[in-house]
Each structure stands twice: as structure tokens, then as C-alpha cells.
Design a protein around this ligand. Structure first.
Ligand code: SF4
Ligand code: FES
Length: 361
């Protein structure tokens, strides 16, 4: 029998509004409008409920969380409850005064996204003049003596800048650099043909990352997230469904993983209608793929099922229409052909569909 543990982390998606238009965004194609967003009182209650449930880490995210004027109040509330609060930001809108205020209210960490190694490429990929704001935002974070993580999503249109992105993170004084090959959900899936890296790019990346990790050991930690379509086995997505973290979407829907709105067969609960603890422990959505009882062959008897939990439920649904299927990335999956077809497709250079509320297909 599975005993469900309390969650460790809450991803608080405060808004889908964002000044950037990154084509690899994992937000859903149907972005929620401002008038669908929860208010301050709802978020204060969510944070209290999350802490009562056992949550220790709160990631204030979006969209761009700085788009919410009540962010300082939410940060103060979460830190007052004893939570470690991480701000996940594009850096746009982060002024010295705003960061000083957030620091005073106890923010513990800032995670800053970068799209490329120079202004020309980065701004093109962000769909906005963002690069110089990010450089300035990083300097502010360091000036306030806060830990800084830089996050760069890698894909065919920026893999060639990998060394430059590492150098940029170094110049920014990042304590940690996450180099994450694109995972294909939301807008990234919409743009998959344009974003999928080539085998040559991935082969070139490995020695660059290895050498940088060695050179920067003790100064800047480097995390490299592989391109899972090219791997023989799937990632242990979310360390298991409903196992460690929950996500609250801007409208209060509570998600077992950030991309779970993609699984249209899931019956999602909303935190304005049901207590968070009840959703975590008792909801059909969180219990749908917990543990191993839901698994079918080949996962059910596979010797790797304790390592990867059968892979990613969202990817299974998006590629096969069945969220209980083995992740098609797995070489043991009967659906692996769907992934191989994507990899074998001739590389064309389709235009990127930039993330925008008015583009939904
Ligand atoms: Fe993982 Fe299932 Fe593949 Fe086994 S068959 S490696 S459990 S995804
Ligand atoms: Fe949803 Fe993997 S992204 S389970």
C-alpha cells in the first residue's frame, strides 16, 4: 500500500501574464487572463494551507510574478510561515527598490531566466527587449547578496551559444546554472519541430558542459537537463506523480505537475472549492498515477519502475492520448516509434510561434 507523504514544495503560478513571449514556454496554450486570476486573500490562504500541509519551499512563479502588485505581501506571508521563498523571474520589472523590499520581506533566492548569450539572439528568442534588463537584474540580486540561479532553456535555436551562456552566467555571478534542454509541453510542444536540437548539437554540448562544470566546481554549480527524446529511458518526472510538489495555477486549479492541464481526462480540483490538504491526499487527480497500481505492462513488471516511475504522465498523454501509457520516450514502450518519427523528421526551419494570449493553436 502506498503511504502518501506531505508535499515539500509549492509552485505558486501567480499569473500567466508575462512581458516575454518565449516559444518554449511550458505554460498551457490557453493562457489565463488577468480577470481569471485569484486575488490576494485566496493566495494568502493557499500559502497558509500549504504550510499546514508541510510545504517548506515556495516557488513564486508565473508567467512573471512581478506582474502582481501583491507579490511583496505574499512573499512576506510565506516567509512569516517559515517557508523558503524562491522568486522565478524574467527579471523584467525588477528594480532596486522592489528587490530591496522583497529582500526585507525575506525572499531567499532568485531564479533568473536567460534566452541566449547576447542581446540580439536573446531578445529575438524572448520576443522582447529583455537581455539588458536581465543583466541588470542579476547585478541587483548580487548587490542584495541573494543567491542567484540562472536558468537557460536549450533548443536548436540557441545550442550553438552554450559556451556563451555559461560565460554569461559566470559574469552574472550565478551560484547555480541550470542548462535545461527543452521539455515538450505547452508552447514548446507547439514549436517542437523548430526547437528540437540536432544530434550534432547535443554531442557538441556534452564536452562543453563537462569542462565548465569541472572548471567552475565550488563556484558555480551546473545542472544539465538532457534532451529526453534522445534518451533510451524517460526522466523520473516530478519524482513521481503527486509525490513531492504541487502546483497552483493562476485560477486556483491544483495540479499534480505544472503541465497537468494538458491531460484533459484529469478531473482537476480548485482550491477555492476544496481544501488543499484534501486535494493533496484524496483527490482523483493526485491519486490517478500515484505509486505503481496504475501501471500497465511493460512498466508494471519493469526493473526500472522504481527509478523513473514510468516516466512522464503528461508526455504519455500528449503523445499517445493515454496518460497511463508508458512514457513513449522509453525504448521499452510500444509507442517509442512516435518519438523516433519526430527525431527522424527532416529538419526544416519553421517560424517560431511566440507565446501570446491571442495565439492558441
Ligand atoms: Fe521506466 Fe516503464 Fe520504461 Fe520500465 S518500461 S524503463 S518503468 S518507462
Ligand atoms: Fe506532467 Fe511530467 S510534466 S508528469
Amino acid at each position: 500500500m502506498d503511504v502518501t507523504e506531505p508535499p515539500l514544495g509549492l509552485l505558486a503560478e501567480l499569473t500567466h501574464r508575462c512581458p516575454l513571449h518565449c516559444p518554449y514556454c511550458s505554460n498551457p496554450l490557453e493562457l489565463l487572463a488577468r480577470d481569471a486570476e485569484l486575488g490576494t486573500v485566496d493566495w494568502l490562504s493557499i500559502l497558509t494551507q500549504a504550510r499546514d500541509l508541510g510545504v517548506l519551499q515556495v516557488h513564486m512563479s508565473g508567467g512573471e510574478p512581478l506582474a502582481r502588485p501583491d507579490l511583496p505581501r505574499l512573499v512576506e506571508h510565506a516567509t512569516g510561515l517559515g517557508c523558503y521563498v524562491n522568486l522565478v523571474t524574467s527579471g523584467l520589472g525588477l528594480t532596486d527598490a522592489r528587490l530591496a523590499d522583497l529582500a526585507r520581506r525575506g525572499i531567499a533566492h532568485v531564479q533568473l531566466s536567460v534566452q541566449g548569450a547576447d542581446a540580439e539572439r536573446a531578445d529575438r528568442l524572448a520576443g522582447a527587449k529583455a537581455f539588458h534588463h536581465k543583466v541588470r537584474a542579476a547585478a541587483l540580486v548580487k548587490a542584495h547578496d541573494l543567491p542567484l540561479s540562472v536558468n537557460a532553456v536549450l533548443h536548436r535555436r540557441n545550442h550553438d551559444q552554450l559556451a556563451g551562456i555559461i560565460a554569461l552566467a559566470e559574469e552574472m555571478g550565478a551560484d547555480r546554472l541550470e542548462l535545461a534542454n527543452t521539455q515538450y509541453y505547452g508552447w514548446a510542444l507547439r514549436n517542437r519541430d523548430a526547437l528540437m536540437p540536432t544530434p550534432d548539437q547535443l554531442a557538441a554540448a556534452e564536452p562543453i558542459v563537462r569542462a565548465a562544470a569541472e572548471r567552475l566546481r565550488g563556484r558555480m554549480e551546473i545542472i544539465y537537463v538532457v534532451a529526453d527524446y534522445y534518451e533510451p529511458y524517460p526522466k523520473p518526472c516530478m519524482y513521481g506523480w503527486g509525490a513531492r510538489q504541487l502546483t497552483v495555477a493562476p485560477n486556483g486549479d491544483v495540479l499534480p505537475c505544472p503541465a497537468a492541464t494538458a491531460i484533459t481526462t484529469l478531473d482537476l480540483d480548485n482550491v477555492t472549492e476544496r481544501p488543499l490538504a484534501e486535494i493533496w491526499y484524496d483527490s482523483s487527480s493526485f491519486n490517478a498515477y500515484r505509486g505503481e497500481d496504475w501501471m500497465r505492462e511493460p512498466c508494471r513488471t519493469c526493473d526500472r519502475r522504481g527509478l523513473d516511475h514510468g516516466g512522464c504522465r503528461c508526455q504519455a498523454f500528449l503523445l499517445t492520448g493515454d496518460a497511463a501509457a508508458t512514457d513513449p520516450v522509453c525504448s521499452r514502450s510500444p509507442d517509442r516509434g512516435a518519438v523516433d518519427l519526430v527525431l527522424a523528421a527532416p529538419r526544416t526551419e519553421p517560424a517560431l510561434v511566440m507565446r501570446h494570449p491571442e495565439v492558441t493553436r
